[in-house]
Design a protein around this ligand. Structure first.
Ligand code: FAD
Length: 441
């Protein structure tokens, strides 16, 4: 084995997937998480986003099935999660127009985030060399020369004396609340620069019982925000057990309220009444929960001149993208894919890892952070380059094109789901179609 002991901080999606990859290359893998892991799939404090809609991109689903053979079948046949043909059983409105119905040849499933995490965690823990220490919080790193050699932990909620877990590789996957930059700074390393693009988007979400009288043909229905003017959007996802997860979202500080009347009013204000009319008389199953920490944040570890070896910072701890674009779990999976490829090549070099995931994350960043810059109230703590501006304008034109031209919509969905490369949106033929769609829109 290449490694003796690898420690993964964080048992969220990124942590679980990196642990799965490490299980093939380390004698022992330890995942630590500050939460107590629930017996049943349920939202937990460390993953507050678990209460909100989580779209699983097709590429993410493929990678999960590769790492956990049989998971796809379990989701399909035993989880109860509705299977959705993307383009046929999904409905997207943007720029006040419904996208045409198209067969993209792809499918995904409507899964609650805690349910997906539960299935992945259970399968990970069938590996004899993987163990999970929950209620264990990472409070610092152990440094030895120019490398990290372990993690300092504390038990929760009791606290007590800190304990050290030694490791020859540490993956930091503690998500949006990552303390990695503080730990590095405390050990006299320079903090990476953080690029922040914030559209000040807020979610409000509620579970409903699907009314027997309403027959929506689409398990996934989105009325998308459409910049610059339309800052409001919403979605209904039909989950197992005849339940709807309904979200409304507002951009540039136009946050949706969390009281019943305000939530319904917000839904009514969307450019199409379908969400409002569907939930107006539906029975709520939960309170309304909100989420506002949605800024795009890129911590540029790949640009640091000096970074301790053997420390791999990944997932949302390295790069967060506005969740409304539904990308974070697949981004985490593709980060784990980088680690897998490097370890398979015998490469244990975190600088190479940071460089490679930066290139992966850039695809997600262009879509999310770039999209957010189309709203007039979005803040950006760095200057956009002319090339980025051109790319953003083109992506916006593609989006507009998806409601006018089936071929553009087809290509867009396949790129969005990370099945086809983004270059398929830039061929001369596609460019012509996109430009033509602007003329006719
Ligand atoms: C509202 C919302 C909606 C979203 N919708 C989608 C979607 O539709 N599709 C999609 O793909 N993605 C979506 N995302 C993004 C997705 O949730 C994240 O990108 C993804 O969970 C990132 O995984 P992660 O493992 O990096 O972080 P997380 O999943 O957040 O996991 C971090 C883990 O680290 C643990 N932890 C934190 N600090 C410590 C510590 N000091 N010690 C030990 N453990 C610690 C936490 O308990 C947690 O288990 C959404 C996010 C939000 C906020």
């Amino acid at each position: 084995m290449l490694l003796k002991h690898a420690v993964v901080i964080g048992g969220g999606i990124a942590g679980l997937l990196h642990a799965r990859v490490l299980a093939d290359h380390a004698e022992q893998v330890t995942v630590i998480d500050r939460d107590q892991m629930p017996e049943q799939p349920e939202a937990r404090a460390g993953v507050p986003q678990g209460a909100h809609i989580h779209y699983l991109m097709v590429r993410g689903l493929q990678l999960l099935d590769e790492w956990f053979p049989g998971l796809h079948d379990e989701i399909d046949q035993r989880s109860g999660a509705p299977r959705v043909q993307i383009g046929i059983q999904t409905r997207y409105m943007l720029y006040q127009t419904w996208q045409p119905s198209i067969d993209t040849g792809m499918h995904t499933y409507v899964l609650e985030r805690p349910h997906l995490e539960d299935m992945v965690r259970r399968r990970l823990l069938t590996h004899d060399n993987v163990r999970l220490m929950d209620r264990t919080e990472a409070v610092d790193l152990v440094f030895e020369g120019e490398a990290v050699s372990g993690v300092v932990t504390r038990k929760r909620p009791s606290g007590g004396e800190p304990e050290t877990i030694l490791a020859d590789l540490v993956v930091e996957a503690s998500g949006r609340s990552s303390k990695a930059m503080n730990w590095l700074e405390k050990a006299s390393y320079v903090r990476p620069q953080t690029h922040i693009i914030d559209a000040n988007l807020g979610y409000a979400t509620r579970w409903y019982a699907k009314p027997e009288t309403v027959n929506l043909d689409w398990p996934i229905l989105y009325v998308l925000t459409s910049p610059p003017a339309q800052t409001r959007g919403g979605a209904i996802l039909e989950h197992r057990g005849g339940r709807w997860l309904v979200t409304v979202a507002g951009t540039n500080g136009d946050y949706p309220p969390t009281d019943q009347a305000g939530f319904l009013d917000f839904a009514r204000s969307l450019p199409d009444p379908v969400i409002y009319e569907s939930i107006r008389d539906a029975k709520p199953l939960t309170d309304i929960v909100s989420f506002r920490n949605t800024a795009n944040r890129w911590h540029a570890y790949e640009k640091l001149d000096r970074v301790p070896q053997r420390l791999y910072i990944t997932g949302d701890a390295a790069c967060e993208v506005n969740p409304v674009y539904g990308q974070g779990m697949t981004k985490a999976a593709l980060n784990a894919r980088v680690l897998q490829q490097q370890l398979a090549a015998g490469l244990v070099d975190n600088r190479a890892f940071f460089r490679e995931i930066a290139s992966v994350n850039d695809n997600f960043w262009q879509a999310a952070a770039g999209g957010d810059l189309n709203y007039p109230g979005t803040t950006n703590n760095q200057t956009e380059t002319p090339i980025q501006r051109v790319m953003r304008a083109y992506l916006t034109a593609v989006l507009r094109g998806t409601v006018r031209d089936e071929r553009v919509a087809y290509a867009f969905h396949r790129v969005l789901n990370m099945i086809d490369p983004s270059t398929t949106l830039m061929t001369p033929g596609m460019l012509m179609r996109v430009l033509w769609a602007q003329r006719t829109s």
